[in-house]
Ligand binder design. Structure first.
Ligand SMILES: C[S@@+](CC[C@H](N)C(=O)[O-])C[C@H]1O[C@@H](n2cnc3c(N)ncnc32)[C@H](O)[C@@H]1O
Length: 366
């Protein structure tokens, strides 16, 4: 790792290990109206020890349903809220690994596993590894071993994002997915802002411009990035507001599948997919992304890319995909991330730093 990376690591470890004591100390809040945790995930969160919840520093809700028995990896797991919730959802047959570089956060994460097991009624298959998300092999995550990698407001903190995505890609099984929430900007962050300690810690200094991120993901081999949720992040601190000027920040939940990419463009080829309604919590409909929402038992025209994902990924048991026969050349419209950001901005609504019993451990939840 270069000296620049070392500076970032030291600053970020200091921020999450020493400066912040609880979620209430954060200086921004992700407005999660559109992506508040699903009631099934909330049920799991309510079982998590308070010490873990108090140090939750995420900016979204990247925990998919339908993951019973799956192997989950959480990048930058912090005190472990999302790992604990995922451990409840995968059940005794599944497994969850959290990777983080900050000792203080890992101590909280590890100390509460036994207590959580007592609440669950079984010892969860849950462990926390010390390491860097750019070097998952060195941290102890085997290649091709993970079904779903999640992450909550962490990749923006990495000094080498292409390396993180490559490391995740190699960790995933074929048909696996990186399902994660992170902080993005509507412009490239100027160099002068990139070394400010608080901006670094809060994630703004490292927030990627969405277009740059999507192009890195494609170049590594992920299928076309899918946006599942997007919301505006409010900056409350006056000093930080002055520093970021008119750059706008967003929490975006992306889905990146390790699946073949049959077409460069989203071209319809006469395929359809039917959602079988078999994911608990999504009995009536399933939202793959903002463009592809499937009502139960209703055949939907899909692109070649979406057909590949639904037919070959971990989601395949939940869908019937048919008809890769004729190419009619009709283009399916996909919303650009920029237009989604504009919508999120006009929908901004957050009451800063609010936490409610509806949303434990989720400050900034409207
Ligand atoms: C914003 S907090 C989010 C923690 C957790 N995901 C949550 O939702 O509470 C960022 C976490 O990522 C960890 N982190 C940041 N960069 C990392 C890296 N390159 N490798 C490993 N961990 C990292 C930090 O130590 C910190 O615990």
């Amino acid at each position: 790792m270069s000296t620049n990376s070392d500076i970032v690591y030291t600053s970020v470890k200091n921020y999450y290990g020493k400066v912040l004591e609880s979620s209430k100390d954060l200086k921004t809040s992700a407005c999660t109206t559109g992506s508040a945790p699903h009631p099934i995930v909330l049920d799991a969160i309510r079982k998590i020890p308070t010490a873990v919840l108090d140090k939750f520093y995420g900016c979204g809700n990247p925990i998919p349903l339908g993951i019973t028995g799956k192997s989950i990896l959480d990048l930058g797991s912090g005190s472990g809220r999302d790992c604990y919730a995922a451990a409840a959802l995968v059940g005794p047959e599944g497994s969850v690994i959290g990777v983080d570089m900050t000792d203080e956060q890992l101590t909280t994460a590890r100390e509460n596993i036994d207590k959580f097991g007592e609440t669950l009624g079984y010892a969860p298959n849950l462990k926390f590894l010390t390491g860097y998300i750019e070097m998952l092999r060195e941290a102890g995550v085997p290649e091709n071993s993970i079904d779903i990698c999640i992450s909550n407001c962490v990749i923006n903190l990495s000094p080498d994002k292409p390396r993180v995505l490559q490391s995740v890609y190699d960790s995933l099984r074929d048909g696996g997915e990186l399902y994660f929430s992170d902080m993005y900007a509507d412009a490239k962050i100027p160099e002068a802002m990139r070394t400010h300690d608080v901006l670094l810690g809060e994630g703004m200094a490292g927030a990627l411009y969405t277009k740059d991120f999507e192009s890195i993901a494609r170049s590594i081999g992920f299928a076309q990035p899918r946006v599942l949720a997007i919301s505006h992040i409010e900056v409350h601190d006056a000093e930080l507001k002055a520093l970021v000027k008119d750059i706008k920040f967003y929490s975006v939940t992306y889905r990146l599948f390790k699946a073949a990419q049959p077409d460069e463009k989203e071209i319809a080829r006469g395929q359809t997919a039917v959602y079988l309604g078999t994911i608990a919590g999504h009995e009536d409909k399933y939202e793959l992304d903002v463009d592809n929402v499937f009502a139960k038992n209703v055949p939907m025209p899909i692109s070649a890319n979406t057909a590949e994902i639904l037919a070959t990924s971990w989601l395949s048991p939940f869908f019937a995909v048919e008809g890769v026969t004729t190419e009619d050349g009709k283009e399916l419209k996909t919303a650009s991330t920029e237009s989604l950001m504009e919508n999120a901005l006009s929908a901004s609504c957050c009451k800063p730093k609010q936490e409610s019993s509806e949303c434990p451990g989720q400050s900034g939840c409207c």
